[in-house]
Ligand binder design. Structure first.
Ligand code: ADP
Ligand code: MG
Length: 223
């Protein structure tokens, strides 16, 4: 028997099963969350208001893990089209600005003159969200996060730059490994998803980090 082939088949099967189980788990979670919210709104069991909040937050965390896990599912189809990185950033900016306002950060953009590239819009949105959220989470309130695009040595480059705490060497060495997190409520799936998205786009993800902050670079090749 062709062992390599059967191993690959098995892997694909596990991927498909994980994806469908993820969807199946999400529906009941949504129902439970809905009832919890209803109880909370109606101030039922008012003496347990804190526990209700904790339950809702835990469900949201579970949902976030499923979302990230699904975007890791290997055989997901990607919809590549010619698109503008700047336009995607622009469209996502209100959401990112709201996040930054909420955490007390300044969010700046510096969009360069860049040509269209082949991309999957949804995936690039996810990539940006994950990188910017990490940047905000690593930066003390009052700090700055910059999203930048430019052409560099035949690449279109996206930068997400923060003035945060930097990445310690032991974490840096393992960056991108699933479930690696230094946060109390982290999933450790944000960066693995980023690496997967970047690989699908035939791009490169690089990081430069130090005590004055961290910059993630995504380098897309020009066609
Ligand atoms: P999570 O954000 O859920 O912890 P990620 O995969 O997004 O998971 O990130 C993994 C870890 O990498 C984080 O817990 C953090 O320690 C580190 N990290 C990622 N981005 C940054 C950043 N911009 N500055 C400092 N540390 C970072
Ligand atoms: Mg993250």
């Amino acid at each position: 028997m062709d062992n390599a082939l059967s191993r690959l088949d098995r892997l694909n099967l596990v991927g498909e099963m994980a994806a469908s189980i993820g969807h199946e788990i999400r529906n009941p979670l949504t129902t439970v969350r809905g009832y919890l919210q209803l109880f909370q709104r109606k101030q039922m069991y008012a003496e347990h208001v804190n526990q209700f909040q904790i339950m809702i937050e835990e469900l949201d965390r579970t949902n976030a893990i499923i979302t990230e896990f699904l975007s890791l599912a290997k055989n997901k189809t990607v919809a590549f089209e010619s698109g503008s990185l700047n336009e995607i950033i622009q469209a996502l900016l209100p959401l990112l600005q709201a996040d930054a306002l909420h955490t007390g950060h300044e969010l700046q953009t510096e969009m360069g003159e860049i040509p269209a590239i082949k991309l999957d819009k949804k995936e690039i949105r996810q990539l940006l969200l994950n990188l910017v959220r990490n940047a905000l989470e690593a930066t003390p309130p009052g700090g700055k996060v910059v999203i930048k695009t430019e052409c560099q040595d035949g690449n279109v480059v996206l930068f997400v730059q923060d003035t945060g705490c930097g990445i310690p060497k032991d974490v840096l060495d393992k960056l991108g490994i699933p479930f690696l997190t230094t946060k109390e409520k982290g999933t450790g799936l944000g960066l693995p998803v980023c690496y997967r998205i970047v690989a699908r786009h035939n791009a490169k993800l690089e990081v430069v980090t130090g005590s004055s902050g961290t910059t993630f670079y995504v380098k897309f090749k020009l066609p």
